[in-house]
Ligand binder design. Structure first.
Ligand SMILES: [Zn+2]
Length: 101
């Protein structure tokens, strides 16, 4: 029997609506930070979001994860939000420059 996968509830951060609007105008909204919803055209970090978007999977448990209906795949995590939520660090995959876009 394998141990339970480590997951963390993804926190949310409210950003001013006018900032959100301005960023969306500039970057579109296809790719947004999982914490603050600001567009992240070139994210430095990604989280493997599971359970329909509510949780992130621990980096070291990636190998043991079996995708189910709640698998949202890899989504951006903004550097600011990571700094504000250091508890997310073990759940953030560093993006190699040039692998996205
Ligand atoms: Zn963010």
């Amino acid at each position: 029997m394998s141990a339970e996968l480590r997951t963390i509830s993804i926190p949310t951060r409210k950003v001013p609506a006018n900032l959100l609007t301005a960023r969306r105008k500039r970057h579109g909204s296809a790719y947004v930070c999982i914490v603050c919803s600001l567009p992240m055209p070139q994210p430095k970090f990604m989280c493997h979001v599971i359970e329909g978007g509510s949780s992130a999977l621990h980096v070291e448990d990636e190998d043991r994860y079996r995708p189910d209906g709640g698998d949202m795949c890899f989504l951006p995590l903004g550097s600011d939000c990571l700094r504000l939520h250091p508890e997310l660090k073990p759940y953030a995959h560093k993006v190699q420059p040039g692998t996205i876009g």
